[in-house]
Design a protein around this ligand. Sequence first.
Ligand code: LLP
Length: 463
Amino acid sequence: MSRSAHPAGPRHADVLTEGHYSAPAADLNVLDEKVWARTVTRDADGALTVGGIAVARLAEEFGTPAYILDETDFRARCRAWADAFGPDADVFYAGKAFLSRAVVRWLKEEGLNLDVCSGGELTTALDAGMPAERIAFHGNNKSVAEIERAVRAGVGRIVLDSFQEIVRVAHIAQRHGIRQRVQIRVTVGVEAHTHEFIATAHEDQKFGIALAGGQAAEAVRRALSLDGLDLIGIHSHIGSQIFDMAGFEVSARRVVQLLAEVRDEHGVELPEIDLGGGLGIAYTSEDDPREPHEIAKALSDIVTRECEAAKLRTPRISVEPGRAIVGPTAFTLYEVGTVKPLEGLRTYVSVDGGMSDNIRTALYDAEYSVALVSRTSDAEPMLVRVVGKHCESGDIVVKDAFLPADLAPGDLIAVPATGAYCRSMASNYNHALRPPVVAVRDGGARVIVRRETEEDLLRLDVG
Ligand code: LLP
């Protein structure tokens, strides 16, 4: 997820460095289980099936492009996270990665909690029956109306993000005659992405209250002094797509230090810490994510060790994985429209979606994989760039990948690991219609978010 500087526009290809892509896999027909949802396999005819259904049938019934989500895998990942952390910790699924009413029901049934970060996500959660006490409400600028709604609904925790919000939430809670359970989000001076993290002396970002300069200690002082608030702990979120636990280690150490300071100053041992989300997944065969039980053990070891050193009772830990749960469970199914070979460069493969259904490649320079899924092929590998149908040269879905050289219009291709931050960040650019999310399970498929229609577009446009 590095963000390399390159000019957008028609000369995009010119700035690519030689050899920046890996060699093709030995057999392009083999589906690497690291990047595909768990029930994905190829049937006897070579077509990809998921949940026992062939992609051709899905394309015929639901059209393309479409996000195809493996419900069995989603539920299994929820259970794996819940089991790994056990009864003495809490897993909050980060709804920003992808949220719908069906997802809320699955989370509820599988025993997970839910982190929401807007009124819209809160409404979806409550409407689908998530018990309010299992909801955490985030955001660096929650509106008064959103806070009111969350307090009235009885959400389990509000994560306070600023000094203004401490007072705002306290005031609203007091008006409703309750003590709202809250955490304070601190910025610990650590930023982690993929395999690296940087520790900085102070934080240059909009989220949270800095530990540096005694800011967070002052926030705790204020929160403890207000009748409307029940301060249950400290929250920290350090980044995205993280594989290396070193950043969490530094973060946990600094949060525990704050807990010790709070105990020394106020005689209060705050009972919880939340270490946020950000755990990485495999987008390509080169990524090696950790399993939930390894992550749980690493985090709990770090916190236990730091608390022993500070002579504190070990607090209850919570985490907020979004991508690590939903990311690997879905793929985007596209139909190939045009194939344009450029001698000595690459072949451009245009699909019927693009940056409107996956902005991550353009926005973060994200890496994805791709496979021909309507059939197998013995043709030679060709270097491709999968692009969309938008009026923009930077409309790239997969920057560099290999597909069989006999790829042709009408073939179905799929981009795996698009469950997180693709539908949730989708747009109507060029008046594109956002694709449906189709959940598959045990031979059945159903739409959980329907495709937008031109009527939807016109309905918003009041003329
Ligand atoms: N908790 C908090 C407070 C967060 O801010 C986030 C993500 C998460 C949990 C979940 O992080 P996850 O486990 O899903 O990485 N749009 C970007 C990611 C932005 C994430 C923002 N916060 C992307 O597409 O990579």
